[in-house]
Design a protein around this ligand. Structure first.
Ligand code: GLV
Length: 309
């Protein structure tokens, strides 16, 4: 029997492509951009497996375009809000993600953002690049220390736990809230010096941080988001920053990604990075390889190594 087509929606490391080639015929998009929805439908037509990235919206239309041969969608991300999992399962298509392998890199980036915003690293860098004159003084560009401050983690999964380990090493007092327990969200927001988001994006977490929750935070507090953009209402955040309801924010993800709100871009109290949470060579390779292993497993009759239930 001819090897089935494995549609890969964008560049992935060669190691992962080689692994896929042991189970089928990988066809990797040569475009250095996300496929349009129409291009995605065309790319998956007749495929037995799809290796998708987080910018690909895999909905019923895509699944119908793929047809009955499709067995697995392997998302190269831990989050899978881009995939209509119910529609996949209705069609008997297995969905997999890439948990664990990106925990440390994402936790590192979270701490990098937390430090950058509390210690004003980007502001300082920009001041120097503008060739502004400056001299050291006791009151110059003061930031906020972390020792003894409270970090409130929204979510208590593996990434949140890895962030907690790092924050404790900086002397922070760490609390968390999640669907299964921890401190109530209201108390966490009202008492934390830094609130860091580590929950998935679901209908329940859409705009979890909006005007009402921002108003309950301390005026000296910072918000860090390395989870998913739509968990934060960006207009409400921009208002809160302009009105000094909170002290600052550091965002790696955006409500209308890849667009970034002009109001946030204009604020010197926000640190912005372009969705770099898992962006190390080691981690991105591990993610792609795990996605490929999932495909190989399903095509060999398994249920996937890291399936979404
Ligand atoms: C990245 O955002 C991921 O979900 O892996």
């Amino acid at each position: 029997m001819a090897a089935g087509t494995i549609a890969v929606t964008r560049w992935i490391p060669a190691e992962a492509v080689e692994l896929l080639a042991t189970a089928g015929r990988p066809v990797v998009s040569s475009l250095d951009r996300p496929l349009t929805h129409g291009e995605l439908c065309a790319a998956v037509s007749g495929a037995v497996a799809v290796v998708a990235l987080l910018h690909d919206r895999v909905d019923a239309e895509v699944l119908d375009a793929a047809g009955p041969s499709l067995r697995v969608i392997a998302n190269v991300a831990v989050g899978y809000d881009n995939i209509d999992v119910v529609a996949c399962h209705d069609r008997g298509v297995i969905v997999t993600n890439t948990p664990d392998v990106l925990v440390e890199a994402t936790a590192d980036l979270t701490l990098a953002l937390l430090l950058a915003v509390t210690r004003r690293l980007v502001e300082g860098d920009q001041l120097l690049r503008r060739h502004e004159s400056w001299t050291w003084s006791l009151g110059f560009m003061l930031g906020t220390g972390l020792q003894g401050k409270r970090l409130g983690l929204v979510g208590n999964g593996r990434i949140a736990q890895a962030v907690a380990v790092r924050a404790k090493a900086f002397g922070m007092d760490v609390v968390s809230t999640s669907r299964s327990g921890g401190v109530p969200l209201g108390e966490l927001l009202a008492t934390s010096d830094v609130v860091s988001l580590h929950c998935p994006f679901t209908p329940q977490t859409h705009h979890l941080v909006g005007a009402a929750s921002l108003a309950t935070m301390k005026p000296t507090a910072f918000l860090v988001n390395t989870a998913r953009g739509p968990v934060v209402d960006e207009e409400a955040l921009a208002d809160a920053l302009e009105r000094r309801v909170i002290a600052g924010a550091a965002l790696d993800v955006f409500e209308f990604e890849p667009q970034v709100s002009e109001r946030l871009l204009a604020s010197d109290r926000v640190v912005l990075t372009p969705h770099l949470g898992s962006a190390t060579t080691e981690t991105r390779t591990a993610m792609a390889v795990l996605a490929a292993r999932n495909v190989v497993d399903v095509l060999a009759g398994g249920r996937g190594i890291t399936p979404i239930r």
